[in-house]
Design a protein around this ligand. Structure first.
Ligand SMILES: Cc1ncc(COP(=O)(O)O)c(C=O)c1O
Length: 365
């Protein structure tokens, strides 16, 4: 049995008619830039997250840069960010004029903690980018209590839950990506910023639109970074199904647990008080590369997403001279994503677990 790393197609099959109708209506309407679907999606997504505002932008990377600038981050500032994340979490910082300062993660949750963030503080620290990695939900409240504004990078965490609220509503502001493979994924690029801070929302709205409110007066040097009307129409249909898909992702994690995966490799641990909608299901093994080869041989999808953590990437050298992040190096070496989707069932989970068992039983290379 082939089990793909992720399955974006199957969950959309029953929605195809509704999505086609939404696209047709948007094309018939003809307001392709900042049209009625963008306005409606912003309202519906803010309500879903539990914030006052959602601001659609072109992608999750722009969302981070714009949100940081809207929070007042600029030249001379430092922004703390984990190194074990997708490159964009840190890449978005230098365009604001600020400097990324890398911090470590908890190897069991893959997320930053108040302690790992505090260790990176200096008098220049202006904000923290807290990444809800793989759908887990980082302890934003504990980090915000350190006294520095938090920007949640929630690109991978749409649909996750925490006792404190949904990702998107936990920090000063949050950013999302609607890249097609995300938990809420469009049919192209897209992103959003959520916040309940009026000033941050106002500045973010201007920054995504050339720094202007009205295309007459330009108050900032901004961006042309808008959510596309057709993507908004598609995302509106999908948003109604996000919680059901999130339940499917949680159930898939339970299938793995029930099939005994935890006896073979280290499972991802939800941060206390959270219910992750696993975007990627990432396990750890001292023999991760051999495990990957064994799974591939049995047509099981797998991928090591961040073997080279961000602080070791060539473009980040100038920001990472004296950085020593032992947990980051360990998880970068040992992690492996195995299949995860809203429709991964018990039989598929069993197949994956048997493939892991067989790979582990093979003699060490
Ligand atoms: C954690 C994280 N941050 C930021 C991004 C950037 O989003 P985008 O690809 O929409 O620019 C992504 C996804 O690609 C991501 O996974």
């Amino acid at each position: 049995m082939t089990v793909p790393l992720f399955d974006t197609r199957t969950p959309l099959v029953p929605l195809r008619g509704e999505i086609d109708a939404a696209i047709r209506a948007a094309v018939d309407d003809g307001r392709f830039i900042m049209g009625p679907n963008v306005a409606a999606f912003e309202e519906e997504f803010a309500a879903y997250c539990g914030t006052e505002h959602a601001i659609g932008v072109a992608n999750g990377t722009d969302a981070l840069t714009i949100a940081l600038r809207a929070m007042g981050v600029g030249p001379g500032d430092e922004v703390v960010v984990p190194s074990f994340t997708f490159y964009a979490s840190a890449e978005a910082i230098p365009p604001t004029g600020a400097r990324p300062v890398f911090c470590d993660v908890d190897p069991d949750t893959f997320c930053v903690t108040a302690d790992t963030v505090r260790a990176a503080f200096t008098p220049r620290t202006k904000a923290v980018v807290v990444v809800h990695l793989f759908g887990n939900v980082a302890p934003v409240g504990e980090i915000a209590a350190l006294g520095v504004p938090v920007l949640e990078d929630a690109a991978q965490a749409a649909g996750s839950l925490s006792e404190a609220g949904r990702p998107g509503a936990l920090g000063t502001a949050a950013t999302f990506s609607f890249f097609p493979s995300k938990n809420l994924g469009g049919f192209g690029d897209g992103g959003a910023i959520t916040t309940s801070d009026e000033e941050v929302a106002d500045r973010a709205r201007m920054l995504r639109f050339h720094g202007s409110r009205d295309k007459v007066t330009y108050e900032h040097v901004g961006y042309n970074s808008r959510l596309d009307e057709l993507q908004a129409a598609i995302l509106r249909v999908q948003l109604g199904h996000l919680d059901g898909w999130a339940d499917g992702r949680r159930a898939a994690g339970e299938h793995y647990r029930a099939a005994g995966l935890g006896e073979l490799v280290a499972l991802p641990r939800p941060v206390e008080g959270t219910q992750p909608a696993w975007h990627l299901y990432v396990v750890r093994s001292e023999r991760a590369d051999e495990l990957a080869a064994g799974l591939s041989r049995r047509s099981i999808g797998q991928k090591a997403y961040y073997r080279t953590p961000v602080h070791r990437q060539p473009a980040m050298r100038a920001y990472a001279e004296d950085v020593d992040l032992s947990a980051t190096d360990e998880v970068a070496r040992t992690h492996l994503a195995i299949p995860m989707s809203p429709v991964l069932d018990a039989d598929q989970a069993h197949e994956v677990v048997e493939a892991v068992r067989a790979a582990r039983a093979a003699p060490a290379a």
